[in-house]
Design a protein around this ligand. Structure first.
Ligand SMILES: NC(=O)c1ccc[n+]([C@@H]2O[C@H](COP(=O)([O-])OP(=O)(O)OC[C@H]3O[C@@H](n4cnc5c(N)ncnc54)[C@H](OP(=O)(O)O)[C@@H]3O)[C@@H](O)[C@H]2O)c1
Length: 287
């Protein structure tokens, strides 16, 4: 029986596979990907590459064959589509005889959260619990990696912009979240029906993040508190879909209410070390 990771050609999934190879032989690992041709590097390592898509129950059920534990990495679509996709993935896992599902959720999943994608994760968490399968819910906080997107503009203009005000957010790196997922997949029996809040070790403001950028680059970067409508206009100008613009705008509305400011010790519990700080991450990425 194998351990399978969906979305293994995505950014988080790629890192989960890398970390899991430190715990399991490649022959015990399978991946489900939408485009097997993008996973030839994984196949070359001896990983069982399977074709899967959350839009296709039959394909997904075949992808989960002979799998004991599976990580479902949440997909990317509007709420109604993604809720249906995740339910299909859970149905497929159950039909194929998977014993334990691990899922990448979000901190504090709620139906009424300003971060609109939160409702997807609440639905998927509940659907997994109702499936009767063993589960582990990884409630990931927001990726520190996303902060790098604003750096080129900040270096050019001096303004690190976001509609964040004094909001504190427990950003954590994608790599740390991947390592936590791999630790769970390597020893699922010690994480049965557990829910982990995977946050950074400190909630940081965007003023602090601007200072990290300034200190590392030596450029006079400061935080610029963008009006919400300006932020939405900028996101729209990048051609992002409306549902993503709405979710990103809502993230900051919720963060200003304190939704993502609570630090948890769960990362330390799962991985056995503290998460990398946002300051260390930014310094390393910008040097
Ligand atoms: N916590 C955060 O801050 C944060 C930020 C952004 C996103 N997320 C969530 O975390 C997930 C993983 O993050 P990431 O950085 O790895 O994103 P990513 O690089 O965009 O990867 C998303 C993965 O989802 C897969 N996927 C999309 N639709 C699918 C479908 N219908 N069936 C099966 N797989 C599907 C993609 O497959 P392909 O490789 O075939 O495209 C890809 O591998 C995202 O999808 C999103 O739900 C969290």
């Amino acid at each position: 029986m194998k351990t399978l990771i969906t979305g293994a050609t995505g950014q988080l999934g790629t890192l989960v596979v890398t970390h899991l190879l430190n715990h399991l032989p490649a022959s015990d690992i399978a991946v489900s990907v939408r485009t097997p041709g993008k996973a030839t590097d994984l196949a070359a390592k001896g990983i069982d590459v399977r074709h899967g898509d959350f839009d296709d129950l039959g394909l997904m059920t075949a992808a989960f064959k002979d799998v004991e534990t599976a990580l479902i990495i949440s997909a990317e679509a509007d709420n109604a589509t993604r809720i249906a996709q995740h339910r299909t993935a859970v149905d497929a896992a159950k039909a194929a005889g998977v014993k334990h599902l691990v899922y990448t959720s979000i901190i504090d999943p709620r139906a009424d959260a300003d971060f609109t994608y939160s409702a997807i994760h609440l639905d998927t968490e509940n659907y997994i619990k109702e499936s009767g399968l063993k589960y582990t819910l990884l409630r990931n906080s927001f990726y520190a990696d996303l902060l790098l997107a604003g750096v080129p503009h900040a270096l050019e203009t001096g303004d690190f912009g976001a509609p964040a005000g004094d909001a504190k957010i427990t950003y954590i790196t994608r790599n740390d979240l991947a390592e936590a997922a791999a630790m769970v997949l390597a020893n699922p029996q010690t994480h049965v029906n557990a829910t982990y809040d995977l946050t950074g070790g400190k909630a940081v403001t965007h003023s602090e993040i601007a200072r990290y950028i300034a200190d590392t680059t030596g450029k006079p970067v400061k935080f610029a508190d963008l009006p919400a409508e300006v932020h939405v206009g900028i996101l729209g100008s990048f051609g992002l879909p409306d549902h993503l613009v709405e979710a990103l705008a809502g993230l900051y509305v919720g963060a200003k209410k304190g939704d993502y400011a609570t630090v948890s010790n769960d990362f330390q519990t799962v991985v056995g070390r503290a998460p990398q700080s946002v300051q260390e991450f930014m310094t390393g990425a910008l040097k």
